[in-house]
Design a binder for this molecule. Structure first.
Ligand SMILES: [Zn+2]
Ligand SMILES: [Zn+2]
Length: 412
Protein backbone atom coordinates (compact mmCIF):
# COMPACT_ATOMS: atom_id res chain seq x y z
CA UNK A 1 0.00 0.00 0.00
CA UNK A 2 2.70 2.40 1.07
CA UNK A 3 4.70 1.60 -2.03
CA UNK A 4 1.70 2.29 -4.22
CA UNK A 5 1.14 5.58 -2.46
CA UNK A 6 4.76 6.56 -2.93
CA UNK A 7 4.50 5.68 -6.61
CA UNK A 8 1.31 7.67 -6.99
CA UNK A 9 2.86 10.68 -5.28
CA UNK A 10 5.97 10.37 -7.44
CA UNK A 11 3.85 10.26 -10.59
CA UNK A 12 1.87 13.28 -9.51
CA UNK A 13 5.01 15.21 -8.75
CA UNK A 14 6.60 14.30 -12.03
CA UNK A 15 3.75 15.19 -14.34
CA UNK A 16 0.75 17.23 -13.32
CA UNK A 17 2.37 19.19 -10.53
CA UNK A 18 5.44 20.12 -12.52
CA UNK A 19 3.31 21.00 -15.52
CA UNK A 20 1.04 23.17 -13.42
CA UNK A 21 3.89 24.84 -11.58
CA UNK A 22 5.76 25.64 -14.78
CA UNK A 23 2.64 27.16 -16.31
CA UNK A 24 3.41 25.42 -19.56
CA UNK A 25 0.50 23.04 -19.96
CA UNK A 26 -3.08 23.45 -18.85
CA UNK A 27 -4.38 21.06 -16.24
CA UNK A 28 -7.07 18.82 -17.68
CA UNK A 29 -10.40 20.51 -17.21
CA UNK A 30 -13.69 18.61 -17.04
CA UNK A 31 -15.15 20.98 -19.61
CA UNK A 32 -12.39 22.56 -21.70
CA UNK A 33 -13.17 26.18 -22.52
CA UNK A 34 -14.11 27.01 -26.09
CA UNK A 35 -11.45 28.26 -28.47
CA UNK A 36 -11.00 32.01 -28.58
CA UNK A 37 -8.78 34.53 -30.29
CA UNK A 38 -5.66 35.77 -28.52
CA UNK A 39 -3.71 38.79 -29.75
CA UNK A 40 0.07 38.75 -29.60
CA UNK A 41 3.40 39.88 -30.96
CA UNK A 42 6.39 37.56 -31.26
CA UNK A 43 9.09 40.05 -32.27
CA UNK A 44 10.19 42.84 -29.91
CA UNK A 45 13.45 44.18 -28.52
CA UNK A 46 14.42 45.58 -25.13
CA UNK A 47 17.62 46.80 -23.45
CA UNK A 48 18.68 43.15 -23.22
CA UNK A 49 19.89 43.85 -26.77
CA UNK A 50 19.33 46.95 -28.93
CA UNK A 51 15.83 47.96 -27.84
CA UNK A 52 15.73 51.43 -26.35
CA UNK A 53 13.66 50.73 -23.23
CA UNK A 54 13.79 48.65 -20.08
CA UNK A 55 11.94 45.37 -20.56
CA UNK A 56 9.15 46.37 -18.15
CA UNK A 57 8.42 49.49 -20.23
CA UNK A 58 8.12 47.27 -23.30
CA UNK A 59 5.94 44.61 -21.69
CA UNK A 60 3.75 47.24 -20.05
CA UNK A 61 3.10 48.90 -23.42
CA UNK A 62 1.78 45.67 -24.90
CA UNK A 63 -0.29 44.73 -21.88
CA UNK A 64 -1.88 48.18 -21.73
CA UNK A 65 -2.71 48.01 -25.43
CA UNK A 66 -4.77 44.85 -25.07
CA UNK A 67 -2.29 42.21 -26.21
CA UNK A 68 -2.65 38.80 -24.61
CA UNK A 69 0.83 37.48 -25.26
CA UNK A 70 4.28 38.82 -26.05
CA UNK A 71 7.72 37.41 -26.77
CA UNK A 72 10.72 39.61 -26.05
CA UNK A 73 13.05 38.48 -28.81
CA UNK A 74 16.41 40.06 -28.18
CA UNK A 75 19.38 39.41 -30.44
CA UNK A 76 21.22 36.20 -29.52
CA UNK A 77 20.32 36.48 -25.84
CA UNK A 78 17.68 35.23 -23.41
CA UNK A 79 16.57 37.43 -20.51
CA UNK A 80 18.31 35.44 -17.81
CA UNK A 81 21.27 35.79 -15.45
CA UNK A 82 22.63 38.95 -13.84
CA UNK A 83 22.96 41.84 -16.23
CA UNK A 84 23.59 45.53 -15.54
CA UNK A 85 23.38 48.32 -18.10
CA UNK A 86 25.18 51.64 -17.79
CA UNK A 87 23.06 54.78 -18.00
CA UNK A 88 25.16 57.71 -19.26
CA UNK A 89 24.19 61.14 -17.96
CA UNK A 90 23.22 62.27 -21.45
CA UNK A 91 21.44 60.39 -24.20
CA UNK A 92 18.29 58.33 -24.68
CA UNK A 93 19.09 56.02 -21.74
CA UNK A 94 18.11 58.90 -19.42
CA UNK A 95 14.66 58.95 -21.01
CA UNK A 96 14.45 55.17 -20.65
CA UNK A 97 15.37 55.35 -16.95
CA UNK A 98 12.98 58.23 -16.24
CA UNK A 99 9.93 56.49 -17.72
CA UNK A 100 11.02 53.24 -16.06
CA UNK A 101 11.23 54.86 -12.61
CA UNK A 102 8.04 56.84 -13.09
CA UNK A 103 6.03 53.76 -13.92
CA UNK A 104 7.56 51.17 -11.58
CA UNK A 105 8.88 53.17 -8.63
CA UNK A 106 12.20 53.22 -6.78
CA UNK A 107 11.46 49.97 -4.89
CA UNK A 108 11.30 47.99 -8.12
CA UNK A 109 14.15 49.65 -10.05
CA UNK A 110 17.58 48.38 -8.96
CA UNK A 111 20.53 50.72 -9.42
CA UNK A 112 24.18 50.80 -8.40
CA UNK A 113 27.28 52.92 -8.91
CA UNK A 114 30.23 51.25 -10.60
CA UNK A 115 33.42 53.24 -11.25
CA UNK A 116 31.35 56.36 -10.70
CA UNK A 117 28.80 55.37 -13.35
CA UNK A 118 25.13 54.68 -12.81
CA UNK A 119 24.01 51.17 -13.66
CA UNK A 120 20.60 49.51 -13.67
CA UNK A 121 19.94 45.79 -13.38
CA UNK A 122 17.83 44.26 -16.12
CA UNK A 123 15.07 42.04 -14.80
CA UNK A 124 14.95 38.48 -16.04
CA UNK A 125 12.06 36.86 -17.89
CA UNK A 126 11.18 34.99 -14.68
CA UNK A 127 10.92 38.31 -12.81
CA UNK A 128 8.92 39.91 -15.60
CA UNK A 129 6.52 36.98 -15.50
CA UNK A 130 5.77 37.45 -11.80
CA UNK A 131 5.12 41.13 -12.39
CA UNK A 132 2.95 40.98 -15.54
CA UNK A 133 1.41 37.59 -16.15
CA UNK A 134 -2.27 37.04 -15.39
CA UNK A 135 -4.29 33.92 -16.22
CA UNK A 136 -6.41 34.37 -19.36
CA UNK A 137 -5.22 37.95 -19.63
CA UNK A 138 -1.49 38.23 -20.29
CA UNK A 139 1.31 35.80 -21.04
CA UNK A 140 5.03 36.16 -21.71
CA UNK A 141 6.62 33.56 -23.98
CA UNK A 142 10.39 33.07 -24.10
CA UNK A 143 11.88 34.36 -27.33
CA UNK A 144 15.18 34.95 -29.12
CA UNK A 145 16.04 36.55 -32.42
CA UNK A 146 18.74 34.23 -33.73
CA UNK A 147 20.82 36.84 -35.50
CA UNK A 148 23.02 35.28 -38.13
CA UNK A 149 24.92 36.59 -41.16
CA UNK A 150 25.86 35.01 -44.45
CA UNK A 151 28.13 36.71 -46.98
CA UNK A 152 27.47 40.03 -45.24
CA UNK A 153 23.69 39.56 -45.43
CA UNK A 154 21.47 39.42 -42.34
CA UNK A 155 19.76 36.08 -41.72
CA UNK A 156 17.45 36.44 -38.72
CA UNK A 157 15.03 33.88 -37.32
CA UNK A 158 12.88 34.07 -34.22
CA UNK A 159 12.55 31.12 -31.89
CA UNK A 160 9.50 31.24 -29.61
CA UNK A 161 9.01 29.13 -26.47
CA UNK A 162 12.60 27.95 -26.42
CA UNK A 163 14.40 27.10 -23.19
CA UNK A 164 18.08 27.29 -24.09
CA UNK A 165 19.85 29.91 -26.15
CA UNK A 166 20.39 28.95 -29.80
CA UNK A 167 23.63 30.32 -31.19
CA UNK A 168 23.65 31.43 -34.86
CA UNK A 169 24.56 28.34 -36.89
CA UNK A 170 25.95 29.98 -40.04
CA UNK A 171 26.11 28.38 -43.50
CA UNK A 172 27.74 28.66 -46.91
CA UNK A 173 24.60 30.15 -48.45
CA UNK A 174 21.62 32.06 -47.09
CA UNK A 175 19.41 28.99 -47.65
CA UNK A 176 21.87 26.82 -45.76
CA UNK A 177 22.06 29.30 -42.88
CA UNK A 178 18.24 29.35 -42.63
CA UNK A 179 18.14 25.54 -42.69
CA UNK A 180 20.89 25.16 -40.09
CA UNK A 181 19.15 27.51 -37.67
CA UNK A 182 15.75 25.87 -38.18
CA UNK A 183 17.36 22.50 -37.49
CA UNK A 184 19.04 23.75 -34.33
CA UNK A 185 15.68 24.95 -32.99
CA UNK A 186 13.97 21.70 -33.99
CA UNK A 187 16.71 19.75 -32.27
CA UNK A 188 16.02 21.57 -29.00
CA UNK A 189 12.26 21.05 -29.42
CA UNK A 190 12.77 17.30 -29.86
CA UNK A 191 15.25 17.05 -27.03
CA UNK A 192 13.06 18.93 -24.55
CA UNK A 193 9.77 17.69 -25.99
CA UNK A 194 8.23 21.11 -26.18
CA UNK A 195 6.69 22.96 -29.09
CA UNK A 196 9.05 25.70 -30.28
CA UNK A 197 8.17 27.94 -33.18
CA UNK A 198 10.89 29.10 -35.54
CA UNK A 199 10.01 31.77 -38.08
CA UNK A 200 12.08 33.58 -40.67
CA UNK A 201 12.21 37.34 -40.17
CA UNK A 202 11.97 40.25 -42.63
CA UNK A 203 13.20 38.51 -45.83
CA UNK A 204 13.71 41.83 -47.65
CA UNK A 205 15.90 43.34 -44.91
CA UNK A 206 19.27 43.91 -46.59
CA UNK A 207 17.65 42.09 -49.56
CA UNK A 208 19.07 39.00 -47.90
CA UNK A 209 16.52 36.29 -48.56
CA UNK A 210 15.39 35.48 -52.09
CA UNK A 211 12.20 33.69 -53.10
CA UNK A 212 14.35 30.71 -54.15
CA UNK A 213 15.59 30.40 -50.57
CA UNK A 214 12.01 30.33 -49.28
CA UNK A 215 11.14 27.66 -51.84
CA UNK A 216 14.20 25.57 -51.07
CA UNK A 217 14.10 25.49 -47.27
CA UNK A 218 10.78 23.72 -46.77
CA UNK A 219 11.78 22.92 -43.16
CA UNK A 220 10.87 26.55 -42.43
CA UNK A 221 7.09 26.88 -42.48
CA UNK A 222 6.73 30.42 -41.10
CA UNK A 223 7.89 33.83 -42.21
CA UNK A 224 7.11 37.49 -41.67
CA UNK A 225 4.88 38.73 -44.44
CA UNK A 226 4.77 41.98 -42.46
CA UNK A 227 7.43 43.40 -40.14
CA UNK A 228 6.84 46.82 -38.55
CA UNK A 229 10.44 48.03 -38.78
CA UNK A 230 10.57 50.87 -41.36
CA UNK A 231 13.91 49.58 -42.72
CA UNK A 232 12.87 46.10 -43.90
CA UNK A 233 11.16 46.78 -47.28
CA UNK A 234 7.97 44.74 -46.89
CA UNK A 235 6.81 46.29 -50.15
CA UNK A 236 10.02 45.64 -52.12
CA UNK A 237 11.37 48.22 -54.58
CA UNK A 238 11.98 48.57 -58.34
CA UNK A 239 14.27 45.55 -58.33
CA UNK A 240 12.69 43.39 -55.64
CA UNK A 241 9.22 41.93 -55.16
CA UNK A 242 7.21 42.50 -51.99
CA UNK A 243 7.16 39.98 -49.16
CA UNK A 244 3.55 39.20 -50.05
CA UNK A 245 4.52 38.40 -53.65
CA UNK A 246 7.37 36.28 -52.29
CA UNK A 247 4.79 34.40 -50.25
CA UNK A 248 2.77 33.48 -53.36
CA UNK A 249 5.88 32.60 -55.39
CA UNK A 250 7.17 30.44 -52.55
CA UNK A 251 3.81 28.72 -52.07
CA UNK A 252 3.65 27.88 -55.77
CA UNK A 253 7.25 26.65 -55.87
CA UNK A 254 6.81 24.52 -52.75
CA UNK A 255 3.32 23.13 -53.30
CA UNK A 256 4.04 21.98 -56.86
CA UNK A 257 6.56 19.59 -55.30
CA UNK A 258 4.85 18.80 -52.01
CA UNK A 259 1.28 19.74 -50.97
CA UNK A 260 2.37 19.57 -47.31
CA UNK A 261 5.02 22.26 -47.68
CA UNK A 262 2.80 25.22 -46.80
CA UNK A 263 4.34 28.52 -45.77
CA UNK A 264 2.46 30.57 -43.18
CA UNK A 265 2.69 34.35 -42.83
CA UNK A 266 3.08 36.36 -39.61
CA UNK A 267 2.88 40.05 -38.86
CA UNK A 268 5.18 41.39 -36.14
CA UNK A 269 6.42 44.71 -34.77
CA UNK A 270 10.19 44.24 -34.48
CA UNK A 271 9.87 47.21 -32.11
CA UNK A 272 13.06 48.84 -30.84
CA UNK A 273 11.83 52.35 -30.10
CA UNK A 274 9.37 53.34 -27.40
CA UNK A 275 10.04 57.04 -26.89
CA UNK A 276 7.47 58.59 -29.25
CA UNK A 277 5.29 57.40 -32.11
CA UNK A 278 7.62 58.64 -34.85
CA UNK A 279 6.67 57.09 -38.22
CA UNK A 280 10.34 56.62 -39.18
CA UNK A 281 11.11 54.54 -36.08
CA UNK A 282 10.51 50.87 -35.25
CA UNK A 283 7.70 51.54 -32.77
CA UNK A 284 5.28 49.00 -31.28
CA UNK A 285 1.70 48.39 -32.43
CA UNK A 286 2.08 47.86 -36.16
CA UNK A 287 1.80 44.13 -36.77
CA UNK A 288 0.48 41.22 -34.74
CA UNK A 289 -1.08 37.80 -34.95
CA UNK A 290 -4.44 36.56 -33.72
CA UNK A 291 -4.23 32.95 -32.56
CA UNK A 292 -7.17 30.62 -32.00
CA UNK A 293 -6.71 28.43 -28.92
CA UNK A 294 -8.58 27.29 -25.82
CA UNK A 295 -5.84 28.29 -23.39
CA UNK A 296 -3.47 31.20 -23.00
CA UNK A 297 -0.33 29.13 -22.37
CA UNK A 298 2.91 28.90 -24.35
CA UNK A 299 2.07 25.34 -25.40
CA UNK A 300 -1.45 26.13 -26.55
CA UNK A 301 -0.43 29.29 -28.41
CA UNK A 302 2.62 27.79 -30.13
CA UNK A 303 0.77 24.58 -31.04
CA UNK A 304 -2.10 26.56 -32.59
CA UNK A 305 0.35 28.64 -34.64
CA UNK A 306 2.11 25.49 -35.79
CA UNK A 307 -1.15 24.10 -37.16
CA UNK A 308 -1.79 27.37 -39.00
CA UNK A 309 -4.70 28.39 -36.78
CA UNK A 310 -3.95 32.11 -36.75
CA UNK A 311 -4.07 35.18 -38.94
CA UNK A 312 -1.79 38.18 -39.30
CA UNK A 313 -3.02 41.74 -38.92
CA UNK A 314 -2.02 45.38 -39.13
CA UNK A 315 -5.42 46.57 -37.93
CA UNK A 316 -8.25 44.46 -39.37
CA UNK A 317 -9.99 42.17 -36.86
CA UNK A 318 -11.91 39.17 -38.08
CA UNK A 319 -15.13 37.93 -36.53
CA UNK A 320 -14.84 34.60 -38.32
CA UNK A 321 -12.25 32.58 -40.23
CA UNK A 322 -13.14 29.02 -41.10
CA UNK A 323 -12.36 26.52 -43.76
CA UNK A 324 -13.61 23.09 -44.71
CA UNK A 325 -13.01 20.81 -47.69
CA UNK A 326 -15.56 22.89 -49.57
CA UNK A 327 -14.92 26.51 -48.70
CA UNK A 328 -13.14 29.30 -46.83
CA UNK A 329 -15.37 31.73 -44.93
CA UNK A 330 -14.12 35.13 -43.78
CA UNK A 331 -16.07 37.70 -41.82
CA UNK A 332 -14.73 41.06 -40.65
CA UNK A 333 -15.48 42.65 -37.31
CA UNK A 334 -16.04 46.10 -38.79
CA UNK A 335 -14.83 49.38 -37.34
CA UNK A 336 -17.00 52.46 -37.54
CA UNK A 337 -16.79 54.22 -40.92
CA UNK A 338 -14.49 51.60 -42.43
CA UNK A 339 -15.07 49.80 -45.71
CA UNK A 340 -13.45 46.49 -46.56
CA UNK A 341 -12.38 44.46 -49.56
CA UNK A 342 -11.92 40.70 -49.12
CA UNK A 343 -9.72 39.05 -51.72
CA UNK A 344 -9.10 35.35 -52.14
CA UNK A 345 -5.67 34.93 -53.67
CA UNK A 346 -4.33 31.66 -54.98
CA UNK A 347 -2.94 29.73 -57.88
CA UNK A 348 -4.64 27.24 -60.12
CA UNK A 349 -2.91 23.96 -60.98
CA UNK A 350 -1.60 23.92 -64.54
CA UNK A 351 -3.32 21.71 -67.08
CA UNK A 352 0.01 20.70 -68.58
CA UNK A 353 3.41 20.50 -66.94
CA UNK A 354 5.04 23.14 -69.16
CA UNK A 355 2.89 25.87 -67.61
CA UNK A 356 3.97 27.63 -64.47
CA UNK A 357 1.02 28.64 -62.26
CA UNK A 358 0.61 32.32 -61.44
CA UNK A 359 -0.87 33.76 -58.26
CA UNK A 360 -4.04 35.72 -58.94
CA UNK A 361 -7.07 37.16 -57.22
CA UNK A 362 -9.60 34.35 -57.57
CA UNK A 363 -12.49 36.21 -55.97
CA UNK A 364 -12.99 39.75 -54.74
CA UNK A 365 -15.81 40.96 -52.52
CA UNK A 366 -16.43 44.49 -51.27
CA UNK A 367 -18.03 44.01 -47.86
CA UNK A 368 -17.55 42.37 -44.49
CA UNK A 369 -18.34 38.76 -45.34
CA UNK A 370 -17.20 36.48 -48.12
CA UNK A 371 -17.08 32.78 -48.94
CA UNK A 372 -14.73 31.11 -51.39
CA UNK A 373 -15.87 27.72 -52.70
CA UNK A 374 -13.06 25.51 -53.95
CA UNK A 375 -13.32 24.56 -57.60
CA UNK A 376 -10.95 21.63 -57.11
CA UNK A 377 -8.12 22.89 -59.28
CA UNK A 378 -6.41 25.24 -56.81
CA UNK A 379 -2.89 24.72 -55.57
CA UNK A 380 -3.77 26.90 -52.55
CA UNK A 381 -6.06 29.75 -51.61
CA UNK A 382 -5.46 32.44 -49.01
CA UNK A 383 -7.37 35.60 -48.12
CA UNK A 384 -6.35 39.22 -47.72
CA UNK A 385 -8.65 41.76 -46.17
CA UNK A 386 -7.96 45.46 -46.76
CA UNK A 387 -9.66 48.34 -45.00
CA UNK A 388 -9.92 51.87 -46.39
CA UNK A 389 -8.63 53.17 -43.01
CA UNK A 390 -4.97 53.85 -42.20
CA UNK A 391 -3.42 51.91 -39.30
CA UNK A 392 -2.81 53.60 -35.94
CA UNK A 393 0.95 53.78 -36.57
CA UNK A 394 1.52 53.75 -40.35
CA UNK A 395 4.99 53.44 -41.85
CA UNK A 396 3.92 55.09 -45.13
CA UNK A 397 1.11 57.62 -45.58
CA UNK A 398 -0.60 55.25 -48.07
CA UNK A 399 -0.71 52.28 -45.64
CA UNK A 400 -4.12 50.75 -45.00
CA UNK A 401 -5.17 48.29 -42.29
CA UNK A 402 -4.97 44.69 -43.45
CA UNK A 403 -5.36 41.10 -42.36
CA UNK A 404 -3.86 38.00 -43.95
CA UNK A 405 -5.61 34.67 -43.61
CA UNK A 406 -3.35 31.62 -43.91
CA UNK A 407 -3.22 29.63 -47.13
CA UNK A 408 -5.38 26.54 -47.41
CA UNK A 409 -4.41 23.62 -49.62
CA UNK A 410 -7.72 22.06 -50.68
CA UNK A 411 -8.12 18.35 -50.07
CA UNK A 412 -7.84 16.45 -53.32
ZN1 LIG B 1 16.07 41.15 -37.41
ZN1 LIG C 1 14.32 42.17 -34.60
Amino acid sequence: MRERLVKAVALLTSTAAIAAASGLVPLPAPHPPPDRWWKGNLHTHSLWSDGRAFPETVVSWYKRHGYHFLALSDHNVLQEGERWVTVPSDGWQQWALTVYRDEFGPEWVETRRKNGRLQVRLKTLAELRTRFEEPDRFLLIAGEEITDRCGGRPVHLNATNLKDLVLPQGGQTVAEAIRNNVRAVRHQARLLRRPILVHLNHPNYGWAVRTEDLIEVTEERFFEVFNGHPGVHNEGDEQHISTEQMWDEALIGRLLEDPQAVLYGLATDDAHWYQNADRQRPIPGRGWIMVRAAYLTPWAIVRAIKTGDFYASTGVTLARVDHSDEAIVVEVQPEANARYVIEFIGAVKPTDSTQRPQAEVLKRVAGVKATYRFRGNELYVRARITSNQPPDYPIHPHDREKAWVQPVVPAR
